[in-house]
Design a protein around this ligand. Structure first.
Ligand code: M6R
Length: 593
């Protein structure tokens, strides 16, 4: 989830690119770089902010009317000067910026190394520009086409070549947009990057190659044939463009989940973890806070079912001050930001006790990465809304991958079908997102609620906890998550016709029990919103409203169901006029105890 801007025209490219990068930086990036030059390409890049780069550049005589720029959110290689984009090939003739993940970069790197290429960074990106150099026989477009046909993974790239007036952009599963100006054109990952200059845009599709000059543009497919793409007039101002046209960052981030999950799956496709590969252990201990704790609770059900290993899950602030007994366990710390004070403290304690430790986090170079032995990155991209959405579902996906990996290392019964189905999750999530209007309609019924319950059993219990957390933190409705079997031990006393209940009823081994619980709450007059699997006709008989999610394996339901519950919370909060991206009293990163 990096930011890309490319420019070709008659203005000073440096100014246009710096302006574009500032417009992209709102998402919170860790390093930045720029390449400009009509005959000779000059690159300036560094760790840190756009303004830091700008003050470096102002001391130089960098000029030109064509260039590319990049703000980086690290995936491969820590945030550093040398890992910042753009990258040059060995000859300094080509410069490239990239957004996404190249899965087969190691293999390509080895091949290019054997041909004499040398690399300056730890990134997956750098191989692309060397591949272009390797394939170049006088036509940059052909070289780029040859290079991208070798790449597995997701990418939006923009390439410039010394002495060329054209920029080439390629999109595969990562956004790239052409901005059309008068005597100037742009290529960017996001519209805000060029909105100051033009509101005419061409949104590229997967498999598109864009070639732009100051006065022309065209789009080709990977086979080199020209394809037609519509020009769109963008009605957004800069502020709404930053949100991709969505009303709030939270909604944008909810809708980014298919892509974010795909990135998690890609980034974790071949894990190597000494902690589990070279060590025997009898237990898994998971420690986290808030939403990440809920992901950890889902992890308990996943690991216990898949691996038959006992799992304990602790809230980090509790773990810190409990008596701890040394066990033959590995520790898994889950934290989106990697900066949560209690989780960091818990990681230090576990290490001091001599345990092997793994972190699941979204932020490369964050503090947790220095406190543990090994890290699994979720690669969800920056999350700006305080409410965790894509960071949560990608944490769950990272947990599935860890379970898959441990199962393989331990030679446990192959679950090939299961792991094949795991790859379908992005599609399932897209399907839920397409039902947003139905969910919005159901949210109308919650607008005036003061109290709510979310109930579930088994792996849907932590999903219910997270659904309730989303609702309470952004809509300020008091929402409680409960294991459905616990209702009759107290909470049933609170149910009235004014207490809506969201019941999670996917088809799993607790399905019949859940239907019993639904009848129980309906008998008290509570309105019930049932969340179940597509085609479950029985559910409709017992609930007032139904949200369907596509069918999948019981173990995977937390992902599509959570997306539906995020939308439900979002629309309810929006109808109540709440400040969704910055709920009162809350901060994105809790760096104090
Ligand atoms: O960055 P972390 O995952 O460690 O943050 C932990 C919690 O503060 C966080 O998950 C919080 O509960 C969510 N933002 C709520 O939506």
């Amino acid at each position: 989830m990096c930011g890309i801007i490319g420019y070709t025209g008659n203005r000073n490219a440096l100014e246009v690119i710096l302006e574009g990068l500032k417009r992209l930086e709102y998402r919170g990036y860790d390093s930045v770089g720029i390449a400009v030059g009509n005959h000779e390409i000059r690159v300036y890049k560094r760790r840190g902010s756009v303004s830091a780069l700008e003050s470096d550049i102002r001391k130089t005589s960098l000029s030109g009317t064509i260039g590319i720029g990049h703000t980086r959110w690290a995936t491969h290689g820590e945030p550093s000067d040398r890992n910042a984009h753009p990258f040059l090939d060995c000859t300094g003739r080509f410069a490239l910026v990239h957004n996404g993940i190249i899965e087969n970069y190691q293999e390509i790197k080895e091949e290019l190394r054997s041909k004499g290429h040398s690399f300056t960074s730890d990134t997956d990106t750098e191989v692309i520009v060397h591949l272009i150099e390797d394939l170049y026989e006088g036509d940059i477009l052909k070289a780029v086409m040859g290079a991208v046909s070798r790449l597995d993974g997701s990418f939006a790239i923009v390439v410039m070549a010394a002495g060329e007036r054209r920029l080439i952009g390629v999109r595969k599963e990562s956004p790239l947009v052409i901005g059309l100006g008068e005597g100037e054109n742009f290529l960017a990952s996001d519209v805000p990057a060029f909105l100051k200059y033009t509101n005419r845009a061409v949104f590229l599709q997967d498999g598109d190659i864009a070639v732009i000059t100051a006065n022309s543009w065209k789009v080709l497919n990977f086979g080199g044939e020209e394809v037609k793409r519509e020009v769109t007039d963008i009605p957004w101002n800069v502020e709404s463009a930053e949100k991709g046209g969505f009303k709030h960052f939270m909604l944008k981030e909810i809708f980014e989940q298919p892509y974010a999950i795909m990135n998690t799956l890609r980034g974790t496709s071949s894990l190597y973890l000494r902690t589990v590969d070279e060590n025997d252990f009898e237990r898994i201990k998971i420690v986290a806070c808030g939403t990440s704790y809920h992901a950890g609770m889902i992890g308990k059900y996943v690991f216990e079912e898949m691996l038959r290993i006992p799992v304990d899950v602790d809230v980090a602030s509790e773990f810190r001050y409990r008596e701890r007994i040394r066990e033959d366990a590995i520790y898994v710390f889950i934290t989106q930001s990697g900066e949560t004070a209690d989780t960091l403290a818990a990681a230090r304690i576990a290490r001091r006790m001599g345990h092997r430790t793994i972190a699941i986090t979204n932020v490369i170079g964050s503090s947790i990465t220095r406190e543990v032995d090994e890290v699994i990155y979720t690669n969800a991209g920056p999350e700006i809304g305080v409410a965790a959405t894509k960071s949560f579902t990608t944490q769950i996906v990272a947990i599935y991958r860890l379970a898959q990996h441990i199962a393989e290392v331990r030679g446990l019964a192959a679950h090939d079908d299961l792991w094949t189905e795991l790859r379908l999750l992005p599609r399932l999530v897209s399907n839920v997102l397409q039902r947003h209007s139905e969910i919005e309609d159901i949210a109308r019924t919650l607008k005036t609620a003061q109290n709510m319950f979310y109930i579930g059993r088994n792996i849907s219990y932590p999903t219910a906890l997270e659904g309730a957390l989303k609702m309470k933190e952004i809509s300020y409705i008091h929402a409680e998550g409960y294991p459905a079997g616990e209702l009759k031990h107290g909470p049933l006393a609170l149910l009235t016709p004014k207490t809506p209940v969201v019941a999670l009823v996917p088809p799993d081994r607790t399905y019949m029990k859940m239907l019993g619980n639904v009848k129980e709450v309906a008998a008290r007059g509570a309105p019930v919103i049932g969340v179940g699997a597509e085609g479950d006709e029985d559910l409709i008989k017992y609930v007032d409203r139904t949200i369907y999610v596509p069918r999948t394996r019981p173990i995977f339901y937390p992902v599509p169901i959570s997306v539906a519950l995020q939308l439900l919370a979002y629309y309810t909060a929006d109808m109540r006029g709440c400040e969704i991206d910055k709920p009162r009293n809350l901060a994105k990163s809790v760096t104090v105890e």
